[in-house]
Design a protein around this ligand. Sequence first.
Ligand SMILES: [Zn+2]
Length: 233
Amino acid sequence: MGQSQSQQQVPQRPPRIYVLTKEEAANVLAHANRLDGFRDALFLDEVNLRARSECDYTPMDGPDLSLDIPDLKKDVVICWMSPSAEAGMPHTRAPNIICMPLYWKQGSISETVKHELVHLDQRARPELWVKWCVKEGWTLVHEDEIPERWLRQCRLNPDTMAYRFWAYKERWVPLPMFERADKPKLREIRVRWWDRKTGTLLLESPDEIKELVEGIINPEHPFEIAAYKGIQL
Ligand SMILES: [Zn+2]
């Protein structure tokens, strides 16, 4: 009685990036499917499924990486994926997974990981990022508001699907639309802008947003714009 226990301090270790084996990756991806709903959303989206018909979403064994990321906030895991997974586009899955296509060009891995870390932070702290979007002039748009014929042709992006559509200045909604509705290919999209005021679909970004999206190949979503610009909150 009354004996005081010495408090054992667990030493804090800095966050790390772990590269997973294909077996470990299969486990965390199965968990990711339960957390982020990406697989279920695809299952219900015929056009997006067809766009991925030649993509193989399989984890692989890949090289270890030594990356120097100075301001890593949390542990991150990297899953090497079949080179055709998501048509070879790196992406994130919940809660802390970066999926990298195998044979991704070595020189650009650090840059790619930094981009994906912004998406992981958006997953970890969505309320802060939603506030950031609002401050930047965006408002959330419910997908029921988007004309069905255009909604159907939008590419589903695991990095943006939790808050999928936004309007800039309440008016212009970027839509990452497949170029060919009849033969959708994951990499073949163009960002069109649905103008809520006139109901038209613009083929080019409106003048009001040109400066904001300058140099960004696919400004399909404020989360992507933030990731391309390396914005930290
Ligand atoms: Zn991105």
